[in-house]
Structure formats: C-alpha cells, structure tokens
Ligand binder design. Structure first.
Ligand code: SF4
Length: 284
C-alpha cells in the first residue's frame, strides 16, 4: 500500500470538504463569509480551507475572535488566531465579553453547573452580532464530525428536539438578523483535523479549556472515542442517522427580535439578556 503523503492527505481532506460545500450549497459566488476563529485546530483549518476556496467562489472573508475572559488559556489562542489571519491576509475582528458585555467568564463561572453554558450563549450572541454588523452572508464555524454528533446526542439526551433544527452543515436564514451558519468540516473527524495541523506545521492552539471537563460534551467525547476504537465507523453511522432525522426538523424554530437588545431570539427576551439579568443580581 502506498504511504500517505502530506499532499495526498491534504487533497483527500479538501475533496471531502468540497463535496460537502457543493452538496449542501454552503457557498455561493460572491458570498461575504465571517469565520469564527478561536485559534484552535478546527477554526484554523476552516479559515485555511475557505482561503483556499476564496478565488473559486469569489469570497470576501473576515475572521472574528472572541475573548471570553479565561485567564491562562484564551490569550494563547488569540495570539495564534492573529498569526494565522495575518499570514493569510484576512482581516481579524476581535471582540471580548469584557468590552461588549462587561463580563469575564472566570468571574461568573461559579454561578453555573457548567461554565460552558454562559460561555456558549454569550459567544454565539457576539459572533452573530459581529458577523451581522460586518454584513456577512454566512458565518463559518469549525464544527467537525465529532462536535456535531456530540451536540446531536446531547440534545437527544435532553429531549430538546427544537435544537435539532440547528444541526446540519448549513442552517437556514430564519431571521433577517441571524447570519446563517455553515460548517465546512461537518464530515471531517476531529482526529484528521489534528493530523492536518501537524503534517502541515500550522500553528494551532491544542490546549484544553480549563472548564471543558465540566461539560456533558467532554464525557460524551470520551465515550464516543472508546466506541469508535472498538467499532470503527460508529461515528459516521451516527452522523448518517442524524442526517436523516434533521431533514424533517428544519422549520421547528421561529425567531423574533429580543425586546431588550433587538437581537434574534426564540423568546421575547433572548438567552443572553436573560443571563445578563441573572448575573447582574450578584455582586462581584
Ligand atoms: Fe467556553 Fe466551555 Fe469551550 Fe471553555 S470548553 S471555551 S468554557 S464552551
């Protein structure tokens, strides 16, 4: 059997991503695409791949980085995000919980069972707001095959069927102020993303967030990795089952404008404003 060279690996990876882009029409000619860039391997690969497809689709690209306020962790990721954006000559917009929301994640972590809960809500809020303000047609995230299956199973375990509408490689534009997400790495296993970074000598932030162990996601990740090791192909089968399910769920979510901040929300007051009110009731 021929040894797998770096070129072959890259070609294979690009082909798999291109297939998803074409099959699900993730990109259209002239699209303005904002890329959520944390500096981690998934977001860095997403940025590099979209840069690679920039000419083919005549794309305008911007990267958006969010500083949640996690000391000893996020600074390194942001440095790597800046280096990658600058290398590819892509503008980087930097936002922080501290400037935009007057919050640092470290300060509020004790208020929640898992710090990932407020982190996810505020990060999604700022990413969408920043992408919308920049005029993005799409917001590309680095969700890979593993992330997607974990999210799917988490919603399944919580009987949160409304969230099924948020899965899939491309989300629909269901509100004028909600920038539709695309996930070019939807069919790429996490392991391959790491291999790409190492094979190509691309600097990425490999460190684990100090809060990640608190989440259900971390437990599921380890369970699924064990399962995949014992029965290779399990993750792909799960994605396939999920793909058949989400098709029927696309229109479950209807959005309105939050009465407090005007951002798109499924309730009269959005999750970010609701959390802000809860956090403001404590003194720091
Ligand atoms: Fe935020 Fe949780 Fe991710 Fe850490 S692991 S960056 S707390 S969502």
């Amino acid at each position: 059997m021929e040894p797998l060279t770096r070129e072959k690996f890259n070609q294979n990876l690009e082909k798999r991503v291109e297939r998803v882009i074409m099959e699900y029409k993730l990109l259209e000619n002239g699209d303005k695409v904002a890329v959520a860039l944390s500096g981690g391997k998934d977001s860095v690969l997403t940025l590099h791949l979209l840069h690679r497809f920039q000419e083919d689709f005549n794309l305008q690209l911007v990267a958006i980085s969010i500083d949640e306020g996690i000391s000893g962790y996020r600074d390194r990721g942001l440095k790597i995000a800046r280096e990658n954006a600058s290398k590819l000559k892509i503008e980087l917009v930097e936002k922080s919980f501290s400037d935009e929301l007057d919050i640092k994640l470290d300060q509020i972590s004790s208020l929640y069972k898992s710090t990932c809960i407020p982190c996810g809500v505020f990060r999604r809020y700022l990413l969408n707001k920043s992408a919308y303000e920049w005029g993005a047609d799409k917001l590309a995230t680095g969700h890979n095959l593993d992330d997607e299956i974990q999210s799917f199973l988490m919603s399944f375990a919580r009987a949160d069927f409304r969230r099924f509408s948020k899965f899939g490689p491309k989300l629909q534009k269901i509100h004028p102020k909600l920038v539709p997400r695309i996930k070019p790495l939807w069919k790429i296993p996490e392991k391959n993303v790491g291999i790409w970074a190492v094979l190509n000598g691309v600097e990425v932030h490999f460190a684990e967030c100090p809060y990640s162990h608190q989440s259900l996601r971390a437990k599921l990740k380890s369970y699924l990795n064990n399962l995949e090791e014992k029965s290779p192909g399990t993750k792909m089968m799960l994605l396939e089952s999920f793909r058949k399910t989400f098709k029927q769920q696309e229109s479950l979510l209807e959005l309105v404008e939050c009465e407090s901040c005007g951002e798109p929300s499924s309730l009269n007051i959005c999750k970010a404003c609701e959390m802000r009110e809860y956090i403001d009731s404590f003194e720091f």
